[in-house]
Ligand binder design. Structure first.
Ligand SMILES: Nc1ncnc2c1ncn2[C@@H]1O[C@H](COP(=O)(O)OP(=O)(O)OP(=O)(O)O)[C@@H](O)[C@H]1O
Ligand SMILES: [Mg+2]
Length: 314
């Protein structure tokens, strides 16, 4: 039986929601954000913040940024906060590990000293230490914020020893207010905007081209409908386009029409996905996630470590 890939002469899935860097599209929105973030870290400005709505492409951008920092100039790491129950000690240990501290100590002062020594080493080797933190809205306590402030205070006379970039939902701002001196240290803030209608069209075409598509299966009106129903959110664009291609294949239609996109948009219940109420419905709270917990209010940090190490091996 032919598949929709055969039907549209595609060599691979064009609209997978997997964060495949090969599919990266340098939209005006992503490019503008990246330029500013790269500037902030190249001058070691301290803390930068990149916020955006659900599915706007923050994680994609964080990975792109990590890939764009030359190894000869940066000691860079990307840390994903996967639970809001993490402790300051866990955070410091992860940062230390990712920056190359071997055997990080359990005890906090010893750990801070190891981290400081390692940062000095990085500095002396002529490199810059940069830690990108994804899902930073999950850093929900004042204690954690104070820890970042402490790290940002590590300096040599002419510059800071470490820079951070927080990627996350706009709630980050609320958490920063838990520690006003940290909020005041934010050197750069940028909001990743949804795609415009032009970017949506260019994004769809870009993905189809990379997937080997020999002709445009979406009518111009269908592309506009994709933009309307997605509000320019790349993840939703992927879902809509993927469904649209599949439905067109089932109906043996060579072209996706606006009507089909409207129908799929309605069936997927997309209306309101990007409104605050929609966001609350879409994103499960961290405590309801599938991560292991030892007691109802306690997080098993060792289990989270094993999980992250597993991710690193993928
Ligand atoms: N610039 C881009 N180029 C190619 N694909 C992109 C781009 N931005 C986003 N995407 C696609 O959209 C999907 C969602 O993006 P991403 O996971 O980066 O969003 P997010 O803002 O981190 O979402 P969340 O709020 O859920 O964490 C990605 O899996 C990827 O397929
Ligand atoms: Mg993300």
């Amino acid at each position: 039986m032919t598949t929709y890939l055969d039907f549209f002469e595609l060599t691979q899935e064009p609209f997978s929601n997997a964060p495949v860097s090969r599919f990266y599209y340098n939209s005006a929105q992503h490019s503008q954000a990246l330029t500013r973030l790269m500037h902030a870290v190249s001058y070691m400005k301290g803390l930068s913040i990149l916020v955006g709505d659900i599915g706007a492409g923050k994680t994609t951008l964080a990975r792109r940024m990590l890939d764009s920092l030359p190894e000869s100039e940066y000691e860079a790491a990307l840390l994903v906060i996967i639970h809001s129950g993490i402790t300051a000690n866990w955070l410091l240990r992860r940062i230390a590990l990712q920056l190359g501290v071997e055997n990080p100590a359990q005890e906090k002062l010893a750990l801070l000293s190891q981290l400081y020594q390692r940062l000095l080493q990085i500095y002396e080797s002529g490199k810059k230490a940069v830690v990108l933190i994804d899902e930073a809205q999950m850093l929900e306590t004042r204690e954690l914020m104070e820890e970042f402030r402490g790290l940002l205070n590590l300096e040599v006379p002419e510059r800071k020893l470490i820079s951070f970039v927080f990627f996350g939902l706009p709630e980050i701002e609320k958490n920063l207010k838990l520690d006003p001196p940290l909020a005041q240290r934010v050197a750069m803030r940028y909001r990743l905007e949804p795609f415009t209608a032009e970017s949506t069209e260019a994004y769809v075409k870009h993905r189809l081209r990379l997937a080997g598509c020999p002709r445009m299966p979406f009518s111009p009106e269908a592309l506009l409908a994709v933009h309307q129903h997605s509000s320019g959110s790349p993840r939703v664009i992927n879902t809509l386009c993927d469904n649209a291609l599949f439905e067109a294949f089932l109906a043996r239609e060579q072209t996706v029409s606006a009507e089909l996109v409207h129908r799929i948009g309605k069936n997927l219940g997309l209306l309101g996905v990007n409104t605050p109420a929609g966001q609350a419905a879409e994103r499960p709270s961290a405590s309801a996630s599938t991560l292991p917990r030892t007691a109802s209010s306690k997080v098993d940090l060792a289990e989270i470590d094993r999980y992250l190490e597993g991710l690193g091996k993928l």
